[in-house]
Design a protein around this ligand. Structure first.
Ligand SMILES: NC(=O)c1ccc[n+]([C@@H]2O[C@H](COP(=O)([O-])OP(=O)(O)OC[C@H]3O[C@@H](n4cnc5c(N)ncnc54)[C@H](OP(=O)(O)O)[C@@H]3O)[C@@H](O)[C@H]2O)c1
Length: 353
């Protein structure tokens, strides 16, 4: 018999992100879902409550499990994945974190100075903030947050370029999928035959989170990276996968072919540690003129949905600039998948004991 698995709760389990947790944690080597938490669906079986949208068959074991209301004081689990809406997360994430290691996809606490905002390949050292968090809050558990789904793909692509060329400015225009708005999300009569050039609060979040994740950790805080980040968001009628066009200006001169190598060669701690949900290549570079495309490329890579796909890498206005297009699966790497990878890294580093 191997070691028993850690028991996990999923908060917001019927939602767009919750459904990805259910899919990705089925047969996970270290974690087992034992508690399902919802609001309107509480009291029903998961199979009765969920509007399952994936083409993948939902796991039978979970379909027959009951959904319950949140009871942070009496839950009996080893870790918590929270995919609650922002307001509910304000109420509940810290209550769970007081008792359990909690990884949250909600934006509610991402910018708190003692809360790590983490992409395991990009800023694993920011986990060290948990010591400050424990000291300050006296929690038995901990709270780590997973970033905004648009910031996630962007930061994965920017990180190796920033290390190689020092980015001074990044100007980004996004085409964001419908599942990013949760279920049922944007009404069909507003989005079919349309593009909406506004998502409340999104531009500010992407800029601030990018700077926090690329920022430097001192003994007890993160100083945001000084790069300028300007974001223009659009909601488009794709189902999954946020596409982003970026124009970057750098301190050091950039050679396009070398920049592609820098992106292709990028690896992080999850790959080094061989974590179960780590893709072999965090960044996949495509050479075709018309890629990446959401429908074709959002599930690319060894762990579908976990790699950022970059294409159209080309020179900007001068040799201190670069243009590129990137694609990142919003509910997988942009939420559940990244949170699971965070928990796997915490497990290996002894933070879940
Ligand atoms: N969608 C994305 O691409 C994405 C990416 C990154 C981060 N996020 C963040 O992740 C969170 C979830 O997003 P989503 O798209 O999955 O939203 P969603 O589809 O609207 O799902 C929300 C879930 O939360 C549950 N819920 C609501 N209030 C609750 C409460 N008081 N107690 C317990 N459960 C409650 C709902 O359950 P009932 O149906 O039972 O009421 C539902 O399962 C949000 O904070 C979002 O900003 C989303």
């Amino acid at each position: 018999m191997g070691k028993s698995k850690l028991r996990a709760a999923i908060l917001g389990v019927t939602g767009m992100v919750g459904q990805q947790y259910v899919r990705m944690l089925e047969n996970h080597p270290w974690f087992e879902v034992t508690t399902l938490v919802g609001s309107r669906s509480a009291g029903k079986l998961y199979g009765e409550a969920v509007e399952w949208i994936d083409s993948y068959e939902p796991p039978a074991r979970i379909m027959n499990m009951p959904v319950k209301v949140a009871e942070p004081e009496s839950e009996d689990v080893d870790l918590v994945f929270s995919s609650l809406p922002t307001e509910a997360a304000y109420q509940l994430d810290t209550k769970y974190a007081a008792r359990f290691p909690t990884v949250s996809d909600a934006s509610s606490y991402r910018m708190e100075p003692d809360v790590p905002l983490l992409i395991p390949e990009v800023n694993p050292d920011h986990l060290g903030l948990l010591e400050v968090q424990r000291r300050k809050r006296g929690w038995k558990g901990s709270l780590v947050t997973s970033p905004n789904c648009t910031a996630t793909g962007l930061v994965i692509a920017l990180k190796p370029l920033h290390d190689a060329y020092r980015i001074r400015k990044a100007v980004v225009s996004t085409m964001q999928a419908l599942s990013g708005a949760g279920y049922p999300g944007v009404p069909s009569l507003r989005i079919i035959d349309n593009v909406i050039p506004y998502i409340k609060g999104e531009e500010e979040k992407v800029a601030a989170e990018t700077k926090k994740m690329l920022g430097a950790k001192s003994s007890d805080a993160i100083s945001p990276d000084p790069m300028g980040v300007s974001v223009m968001v659009h909601r488009v009628a794709t189902i999954d996968g946020h596409l982003e066009s970026a124009y970057i200006e750098t301190e050091r001169p950039v050679d396009v072919e070398e920049a592609k190598e820098v992106l292709r060669d990028f690896r992080g701690k999850p790959q080094e540690m061989k974590l179960p949900t780590a893709p072999e290549r965090p960044i996949i570079v495509m050479e075709q003129d018309d890629r990446p495309q959401p429908r074709l490329d959002r599930m690319a890579g060894s762990v579908p949905g976990m790699s950022t796909v970059v294409g159209r890498v080309r020179r900007g206005l001068d040799d201190h600039s670069l243009r590129l297009t990137l694609l990142s699966h919003n509910t997988i790497r942009g939420a559940a998948g990244n949170a699971i990878l965070i928990a796997e890294m915490m497990h290996e580093l002894g933070y879940l004991e």
